[in-house]
Design a protein around this ligand. Structure first.
Ligand SMILES: *Cc1c(COP(=O)(O)O)cnc(C)c1O
Length: 354
């Protein structure tokens, strides 16, 4: 820290992303990326013509991409907000919809970025414990009179709450935004998008990073009532109007045009997930019920930290969290069938040494 940093950030603890090793020596099952490449349409679109136009600013409204997404999700163009990854939406939402007086509530075990944004904007936050089975208890959020942020399916558990529960939260907090972070919804979860007409306080965020194989391009989007989208646009146009670069916009358009390719990949990942869950259970693991492209698992024979370390030595990266309540677990991203076979083989070897 230099002596120039404003004292209001002195105590801020930044988010720690998962490891991104530069070398390719690992099977990377630690940051929930897709193991599959972008669609052939994306490859075609990012050609010499696109590069030639890099001298020009991108469309700050992202009109074409918004129209395509609106059509795909059966909403209006005015219900779509585009962002530089969905972290950008979280950032803008924390900036826009809560403050020192209006606090925010989110699950104690969830995406590690929520408390960081809350601290960044000096928003008092309530971390609500999960139930003993690691699920979110929707009743804890009913009538809470704060902004509510819930990842659904939740990370790192992979567990989901249903639309009935979400509606109860929405109904009982009519004066506060309820942000449903649906980064993983394409892997078998139920989306709340169909509720935006009925609930003007609902904000759904999604991303191209997980199911659409574009984590490196940084593209996210939100779907909500016209009013909420206008608020987000106001914040975006007050900070960085060109928050999505030209190549990413083009790639996003091509990705939406080839939605079937990504739906097929999601199906493959779900099938691989179910196989992996069965195999892990056969090895004595407890595995939480996942609707995401990862599983959260623990084994009484070995600590989470030890399993993480031993697998890394064998060339497989998974994610371990030091938090007391989940330190026995590791989070394993679902890769290709072949990658998961190697992961299971290495895990079997590690357990055999216990
Ligand atoms: C990955 C993730 C995000 C952020 O993804 P972006 O790459 O910024 O779009 C947001 N929320 C959750 C719960 C995530 O796991």
């Amino acid at each position: 820290m230099s002596r120039f940093l404003s004292p209001r950030f002195a105590a801020l603890e930044a988010y720690t992303p998962g490891e991104q090793p530069r070398d390719q020596q690992y099977i990377k099952l630690n940051t929930n990326e897709s193991p599959y490449p972008p669609s052939p349409e994306v490859f075609e679109r990012l050609n010499k013509d696109e590069i030639e136009r890099l001298n020009l600013y991108p469309d700050p409204e992202g009109k074409v991409l918004k129209e395509k997404l609106a059509k795909l999700y059966g909403v209006g163009k005015e219900n779509i907000f585009l962002s530089n990854g969905s972290d950008d939406i979280l950032n803008f939402a924390f900036m826009a919809f809560c403050d020192e007086e209006r606090g925010v509530a989110f699950p104690e075990i969830s995406y590690g970025f929520y408390p960081v944004y809350a601290d960044l904007y000096h928003v008092p936050h309530v971390k609500i414990p999960l139930k003993l089975d690691y699920s979110v208890d929707y009743k804890d959020y009913c009538g809470i009179e704060k902004m509510v942020v819930i990842a659904n399916p939740n990370a790192p558990t992979g567990m989901e709450i249903g639309l009935f529960e979400i509606e109860e939260i929405l109904k009982s907090n009519p004066n506060h935004v309820v942000l449903m972070d649906e980064a993983y919804v394409d892997f078998g979860g139920a989306s709340a998008v169909g509720l935006i007409e009925k609930y003007p306080n609902l904000l759904v965020s999604m991303t191209f990073s997980k199911s659409r194989s574009m984590a490196g391009a940084r593209l996210g989007f939100a779907i909500a009532s016209k009013g909420i989208i206008e608020d987000l646009e106001k914040i975006k146009f007050s900070t960085n109007p060109y928050n999505i670069n030209r190549l990413t916009l083009a790639a996003g358009e091509a990705a939406v045009d080839s939605d079937g390719y990504y739906k097929d990949n999601a199906k493959k990942i779900i099938a691989t997930r179910e196989k992996t869950v069965e195999a892990l259970k056969a090895l004595g693991f407890t595995v939480l019920d996942s609707k995401a492209n990862f599983v959260f698992a623990k084994n009484n024979k070995i600590t989470g930290a030890d399993l993480y370390t031993q697998l890394k030595k064998k060339g497989v990266l998974v994610r371990h969290f030091e938090k007391e309540k989940i330190k026995d677990f590791v989070r394993i991203t679902i890769g290709t069938e072949e990658q998961m076979e190697v992961f299971l083989q290495k895990t079997t070897e590690v357990l055999a040494q216990r």
